[in-house]
Write a protein that binds this ligand. Structure first.
Ligand code: ADP
Ligand code: MG
Length: 367
C-alpha cells in the first residue's frame, strides 16, 4: 500500500529556558512512498527520522499536515487501527515469555470478530517465524538467543498481524558488524517475500544505500533529496548530500572558476563550459582521481594503502578541506610509495561544484 505525506510537520516546544526556540523535527514533508517498496529514511542523529516514523505509525500527532495510507486519510486514526508493524533498535521483547508467546502477543489483544483461537494464533506465529527462519527456536526465551535472533523475533512479532506497513527504526544498531550485514540481507529478503511497504530508518548511509529501493535524505527536519540510492550518489543536489553518502567520503576543495577553467590553488584542473567566473566548493569522489604522471592536480603523498582489489592513495593539498585526500586507484596502477608528490587527472562525472555559501550544486558542462 502506498503512503502519502502531505505537508507533514511536527514541532516540539523548546526544552529549557536556555533553548526556548521550538524544534521543527519534521518540516513540511510532502512525498509519496510507492506500494511494496523499501524506503530508507537517512540522516544524521537528531534530524527527525524517528519523529517521522512515529507520525506515520500514529504514536505522535502532527502539528500540521496529513498522512494517507492508500486513499485513506489516517492522520487522526489511533495507531492500533493503522495496521502498522513496528521494530525498534532495542528489540523490546518480553524477557519472561518464549519466542512463541512473544510473537503471538499482538494477536492476544484482538477483540470481537477479529479474536483468534489459540490454534489460529500459533499457526500465524509459526508462519511469521518461518519468514524470519526462527521456527526451530519457538520455546526459547529471549535471553537464550543471540542479538540477531532477538531482532528477528521482533520482526516476526511486527509481521504476525500482516501489517499494511512495516516501520523499522534503526533495527540493526545493536548488532555487531557481521550480524548487521546478515540481518540487513534478511530484512531485504523478508520485505521482498511479503511485499509489505517498508520504511527503514538509519543514520548509516551504507546500510540505507544497500537495502533501499529509494532513499530519502534528511537534514534538520528537512528532506534534501529523494531517489534511487545510485542516483542520489551520482547526482547529489547539494554539498550535504554529497558528503553524507559514500565511503570513503567525497573529497572537498576550495576552488575557483576562471576563464572556463576550474582552478584548485594555482593549478587549472579541468576545462569547463557554460559557467561564469566564481568561487566554488569542489567535491571529488575517491574514484574520481586518475593517477597520471603529468596530471594537473599535484598532491603531497602521505601513504599508499593496498586493500586487495583497490589501492587507496592518501595525500594532502593546501586547498583541501579534509585533513587528507583519499583516492581509490585500480590495483594494477603502480604507485611509488616513496614519491613526494602524486599527480592526478580528474574524471568530470565524479566531480561536483557547489556554491561556497549555500552548498547548492552548480551545474556545468565539462569541455
Ligand atoms: P532522529 O531519530 O533522526 O535521531 P528524532 O526524531 O529523535 O531524530 O529527533 C528530532 C529532533 O526533535 C531532535 O532535535 C530532538 O531533540 C527533538 N525531539 C524529539 N522528540 C522530542 C520530544 N518528545 N520533545 C521535544 N523535542 C523532541
Ligand atoms: Mg531516532
Amino acid at each position: 500500500m502506498k503512503i502519502v505525506l502531505q505537508n507533514l510537520t511536527k514541532k516540539f516546544p523548546g526544552r529549557s529556558k536556555k533553548s526556548p526556540g521550538e524544534v521543527i523535527a519534521v518540516n513540511d514533508f510532502t512525498f509519496e512512498i510507492p506500494d511494496g517498496k523499501l524506503i530508507g529514511l537517512l540522516g544524521p542523529s537528531g534530524c527527525g527520522k524517528s519523529t517521522a516514523l512515529n507520525l506515520i505509525c500514529g504514536l505522535q500527532k502532527p502539528t500540521s499536515g496529513k498522512i494517507f495510507f492508500g486513499e485513506d486519510d489516517v492522520t487522526d486514526l489511533p495507531p492500533e487501527y493503522r495496521g502498522v508493524g513496528l521494530v525498534f533498535q532495542n528489540y523490546a521483547l518480553y524477557p519472561h515469555l518464549t519466542v512463541l508467546k512473544n510473537i503471538t502477543f499482538p494477536l492476544e489483544n484482538l477483540r470481537g470478530a477479529d479474536r483468534l483461537s489459540k490454534e489460529e494464533m500459533e499457526k500465524k506465529a509459526l508462519e511469521a517465524a518461518k519468514l524470519v527462519q526462527l521456527e526451530g527456536l519457538m520455546d526459547r526465551r529471549p535471553s537464550e538467543l543471540s542479538g540477531g535472533q532477538q531482532q528477528r523475533v521482533a520482526i516476526a512479532r511486527a509481521l504476525v498481524k500482516t501489517p499494511r506497513v512495516l516501520l523499522l527504526d534503526e533495527p540493526l544498531s545493536n548488532l555487531d558488524a557481521r550480524l548487521r550485514l546478515q540481518t540487513r540481507e534478511e530484512i531485504r529478503r523478508i520485505q521482498r517475500q511479503t511485499g509489505v511497504t517498508t520504511i527503514f530508518v538509519t543514520h548509516d548511509q551504507e546500510e540505507a544505500m544497500s537495502i533501499s529501493d529509494m532513499i530519502v535524505v534528511m537534514k534538520e527536519g528537512v528532506v534534501q533529496q529523494i531517489g534511487k540510492p545510485q542516483e542520489v550518489y551520482d547526482e547529489p543536489v547539494n554539498l550535504f548530500v554529497a558528503r553524507f553518502l559514500g565511503t570513503p567520503p567525497i573529497n572537498i576543495f576550495r576552488g575557483r572558476v576562471s576563464g572556463s577553467r576550474l582552478c584548485i590553488g594555482e593549478e587549472s584542473v579541468l576545462p569547463l563550459q557554460n559557467i561564469p567566473d566564481q568561487e566554488v566548493t569542489v567535491g571529488i569522489r575517491p574514484e574520481g582521481f586518475l593517477l597520471q604522471k603529468d596530471g594537473p592536480l599535484t598532491c603531497r603523498l602521505t601513504r599508499v594503502e593496498v586493500m586487495g582489489r583497490d589501492v587507496s592513495v592518501v595525500s594532502t593539498h593546501p586547498c583541501s578541506e579534509n585533513v587528507s585526500i583519499r583516492s581509490i586507484i585500480n590495483a594494477e596502477t603502480k604507485v611509488d610509495p616513496d614519491a613526494q608528490n602524486v599527480c592526478f587527472a580528474l574524471k568530470p562525472h565524479k566531480l561536483y561544484l557547489f556554491h561556497p555559501r549555500t552548498g547548492e550544486r552548480i551545474p556545468f558542462t565539462a569541455g
